[in-house]
Write a protein that binds this ligand. Structure first.
Ligand code: UD1
Ligand code: CA
Length: 450
């Protein structure tokens, strides 16, 4: 954790309605790469270690407040515009005289490097406001940055309020700003809602600052990182960009992705060195992979830790609480949940291992099922080191199989098995000599007669 930056505060705006998402879930809680958008924004803010972090939220947005635990939540009772939203932070920032970073909760791809560049630019004694500008392919809908002759920023004009000449400007406002706290609230106090939307625009502080001979500057960002999410289509775009970044980082970090575009990663996926990831693999949140691990195609993992040299899949499903030891193997159509599989253990085919511990080097035969749920509660299965579980065994939990024990194929094990014992619950085989041949003869005869 970096040292707290005593002269930096962050205000995250997230009180907008997000109607275009058509969702009961607040917009900023929609996930990108497995994390709510506002979580990405908070990560960026956290990297800067501001002394204070404030989140401006809509009434009743308790779930959003819970997603930003280190932010002081402030309710904006009515969404009267970005200027009004920032003004809500006035009391919480009383006495603070450093820089204030204003960032949107629905801009999940903003990089901390760019935010840092803005803060540094604003720390120049001559500069009071820094705006993050960008050159979009299509400037439609964005506020335009109007520059003065000396190259400083003179005003921001919202698309709806712009003159035809101003609409020709390609340089746009990303929405993010850093403002000297000593002037911020005085400027905001002067903002009116006399505009096309009838809202209090944060962007109006630029012209107001200029009128007081304060200097406003622009730092440039790229279109990908400033993209705001307003619709499900934007959300999908943000996901694509986030995934591309994560895949690139994974490959830079020493993982081989045979077909990167088919691998879905999470914001927190940790990959060791020389990890091989086959096509069509999904990493949900909370997966940590050791060195020299192979993840074969069509595997789906979340909340799992995979030890060095292990092999997973194809078609494996690792659910939360899975811990796979070194050189262990979890093969095709094996599902694990809250399962600790020790070093060198193998479950190669067609199994469900839930609420289970599996000792070192144990072998779990095809079709083994831990019956962990009786319709009311979950119970534990323990399998000792070096045990051999025959194919198609049902282990009815709670149950313990001792170290080195052998379970005969097809058994239903309902109570504990001692170390090194053989246990089987097989029905004795019955064989009737020549029965099948006679049956065929009888069947053939009765067919002729009809
Ligand atoms: C804003 C900028 C525009 C810029 C664009 C980039 C203003 C006036 N305009 O417009 O220049 O090009 O972003 O995407 O700032 N919010 C609140 N309370 C409110 C209104 C908004 O918290 O009352 C929050 C929203 O939740 C959102 C952010 O502020 O996170 C931006 O609001 P939005 O209404 O989407 O701004 P734009 O119209 O896109
Ligand atoms: Ca300054």
């Amino acid at each position: 954790m970096a040292q707290i930056d005593k002269s930096l505060a962050a205000v995250i705006l997230a009180a907008g309605q997000g109607v275009r998402m058509r969702s009961t879930l607040p917009k900023v809680l929609h996930p990108v790469a497995g994390q709510p958008m506002i979580g990405h924004v908070l990560d960026t803010v956290r990297w800067l270690s501001p002394a204070r972090t404030i989140a401006i939220l809509a009434p009743g947005a308790d779930a959003v407040a819970a997603a930003v635990p280190e932010a002081t939540p402030i309710i904006q009772t009515e969404p009267k515009g970005t200027g009004d939203a920032v003004l809500r932070a006035k009391d919480a920032l009383a006495g603070f005289d450093g820089e204030v970073l204003i960032i949107f909760g629905d801009t999940p791809l903003a990089s901390h490097e760019t935010m840092k560049a803005m803060v540094d630019a604003c720390r120049d004694d001559e500069v009071s406001v820094v705006v993050l500008g960008f050159d979009p392919l299509s400037p439609d809908g964005y506020g335009r940055l109007v520059l003065a002759d000396d190259g400083t920023l003179a005003a921001i004009v919202e698309h709806r309020d712009a003159t035809p000449e101003q609409l020709e400007i390609g340089l746009c406002n990303s929405g993010m700003m850093v403002v000297d706290a000593k002037v911020l609230f005085d400027l905001l106090g002067q903002v009116t809602s006399d505009n096309a939307k009838g809202e209090f625009y944060l962007t109006d502080i630029i012209a107001l600052a200029k009128a007081q001979n304060l200097v406003c500057d622009v730092v440039m960002g790229d279109e990908d990182e400033v993209m705001g999410v307003n619709s499900r289509a934007d959300l999908a775009n943000a996901e694509t960009i986030a995934q591309d970044r994560l895949r690139e980082q994974a490959m830079i970090g020493g993982a081989t992705l045979i077909d990167p575009a088919t691998v879905t990663l999470s914001f927190d996926t940790v990959l060791g060195s020389d990890v091989l990831i086959e096509p069509n693999v999904i990493f949900g949140p909370g997966v940590t992979v050791g060195d020299n691990v192979t993840i074969k195609g069509f595997s789906h993992m979340e909340g799992a830790t995979i030890g060095d040299g292990a092999s997973v899949g194809p078609f494996a499903r690792l659910r939360p609480g899975t811990e796979i030891g070194k050189t262990a193997r979890v093969g095709n159509f094996v599902e694990t949940k809250n399962a600790k599989i020790a070093d060198g253990a193998k479950a190669s085919h067609l199994s469900y291992l839930g609420d289970a511990t599996i000792g070192e080097g144990a072998n779990i035969g095809a079709g083994t099922i831990t019956c962990n749920y009786d319709g009311f509660s979950k119970s534990i299965t323990e399998i000792g080191a070096g045990a051999f579980i025959g194919s198609n065994t049902a282990l009815v939990a709670p149950v313990r199989v001792g170290a080195g024990a052998v379970i005969g194929a097809g058994s239903v094990i309902t109570n504990d098995v001692q170390d090194d014992a053989l246990a089987l619950t097989r029905v004795p085989k019955k064989e009737i000599e020549s029965w099948a041949g006679k049956r065929r003869e009888n069947m053939a005869k009765s067919k002729k007669e009809t």
